[in-house]
Design a protein around this ligand. Sequence first.
Ligand code: ADP
Length: 244
Amino acid sequence: IDDQSPILQINDVRKYFGGVKAVDGVSLQVARGTVHALIGPNGSGKTTTLNVLNGIYSATSGSITFDSTGITSMSPHERAGLGIGRTFQNIRLFPTMSVVENVMIGAQRANNPIEPGREALRQRALSALKFVEMADKAELIVQNLPYGHQRLVEIARALAGHPRLLLLDEPAAGLNQTEKKELGDLLKRLSGHGLTIFLIEHDIGLIEQISDKITVLNFGKKIAEGTPQEVLRHPDVITAYLGA
Ligand code: ADP
């Protein structure tokens, strides 16, 4: 086993919507066990990149390799089975169901030769909830939870599928400063346990707190990449954000 190999490789990926070049020849590598952030102005192609990664969109051209397996033409379900988990920009929980029931849905998605029974799913869901410190809220109805807690339930649902790569689309959106700090601590803790995290995030404070590496997109192309220190001072990045 070569642990030095990147867990995810994106090679010259393009995604065109008619004439719109949403992603226009992006290559990047995500190192195992790291937190890697994808940033850039609105419309720069971040969400499209995430959707191409988990298979919601198929790439117009280019290739994607996950853990040495070519996944470019795999379905989202197959990619989830290989260990790619995901949360969305807008919360996608079942609001009238309990916390643990929502997380059990994520547990069910894990690739298992034998379909686990309900009790096994429940145990897996509870252990994911424990990780995000929400186990004591397992029986509460999701719609009655504060927004920050709903976000944690979403992360628990993704974790219950036992991913090796977790894709997060703006996990800090709508959180207050305390919640952002707690989210940052949680994501660092997850990466400390060996989980690789690739996330889109707008909150520069959170990005600085947690990222090992940052890739910056503008107009569907990569314009900078490196550590937070290198990237957040890069003149092209500042120009892209200021629109100058
Ligand atoms: P970001 O996440 O960085 O804000 P997106 O990936 O959402 O950027 O969008 C990149 C570009 O692709 C934008 O110009 C957007 O309007 C366009 N786009 C995204 N999704 C679609 C789609 N389904 N159909 C047509 N154009 C799209």
